[in-house]
Design a protein around this ligand. Structure first.
Ligand SMILES: [Mg+2]
Length: 308
């Protein structure tokens, strides 16, 4: 953390301190967009990046204590600490860290710059940038790709490591090819890149006020069968995570129920929680997240410092 704070500018540090006491949105912190920022016009969205990222961070933090626990072997009903990674309550993981690195890159460069994103991912992996108090969780494909400097392309490299960080792109005008390129920094197989494109397209429709069924139908009609079916698998495979997150959103009617449903599916609880939480944040807004969960959420200053 010390190295991180040293690398950040004084202005960033000041903004982060201010942000700690000011995260509910009544007095949003003014961040001047960089010229050419590929940002969605206000008329295109009801939800904001902030709704999405807080939803993701809360869903992630809810799931962290239960990661790898099989479905039915536990019951999550609140934001608690310890468990799998022995973290304090409210600690989010790699999913949110990488999403924040993408946000921070867009905030600073004003564009989709995958070389800059790779550099920030490495700062996260090597130095604990974009964490609450250090890295405790990283996927195999992600770690290998970041060391190599190129995304992996094997059939078995389709974990949810790029899907879990892709939702902020819904709040930019990134093209499908740019969304694919951001996935391919680590996850370059077509299954992963297309899952990210699907997630961003659905998220944009949700952000514009469409309901989840019509959004899913418009993007890929086969998604409707999945969300109307039985609870999907919720392991680390990218399509399982995408389907499980959409299923939770479609089969609940509040942020709280959606995020808890995602975690209680078991297995990759933090990532399913992160993606479902990000989507639910878009639908219900930051105001729909239980206040006690926002209170417990750690690293709110770090989150605020990265939003664009
Ligand atoms: Mg994680």
């Amino acid at each position: 953390m010390t190295s991180k704070n040293q690398k950040r500018s004084t202005a960033d540090a000041t903004r982060r301190v201010e942000a700690d006491s000011d995260y509910y949105g009544d007095h949003p912190i003014a961040v001047k967009p960089a010229p050419g920022l590929p940002r969605r016009a206000a008329s295109e969205t009801v939800a904001t990046l902030r709704d999405c990222v807080y939803g993701q961070a809360v869903g992630d933090a809810l799931g962290v204590p239960y990661e790898f626990k099989p479905r039915g072997s536990f019951r999550c009903s609140d934001m608690v600490g310890r468990g799998t990674h022995n973290q304090p309550a409210g600690t989010w993981s790699d999913d949110t860290s990488m999403a924040l690195a993408i946000c921070d890159s867009i905030r600073e460069t004003g564009r989709i710059d995958t070389a800059d994103m790779l550099r920030r991912f490495r700062e996260w992996m090597d130095w604990g940038e974009y964490t609450v108090d250090g890295l405790f969780d990283i996927g195999n494909t992600t770690a290998q790709a970041l060391r190599l400097g190129r995304g992996l392309t094997g059939e078995r490299d389709n974990g949810n490591g790029s899907l879990m960080r892709t939702l902020p792109l819904a709040f930019t005008d990134a093209t499908d090819d740019e969304v694919r390129a951001v996935s391919a920094i680590t996850h370059a197989h077509r299954t992963s890149t297309e899952a990210c494109v699907t997630a961003v397209e659905v998220a944009r429709k949700l952000a514009a006020g469409e309901d989840v069924r019509s959004a899913a139908r418009a993007v890929n009609p086969s998604l409707v069968d999945i969300i109307d079916g039985d609870a999907p698998r919720s392991g680390g495979y990218v399509l399982d995570t995408l389907h499980a997150a959409l299923w939770c959103l479609a089969n609940t009617d509040s942020f709280e129920d959606c995020a808890l449903a995602a975690v209680n599916l078991g297995d990759d609880t933090d990532t399913t929680g992160a993606v479902a939480g990000g989507l639910a944040g878009i639908v219900y807004g930051i105001g729909g997240i239980p206040a006690e969960w926002l209170e417990k959420l750690r690293g709110k200053g770090e989150i605020e410092s990265c939003l664009f």
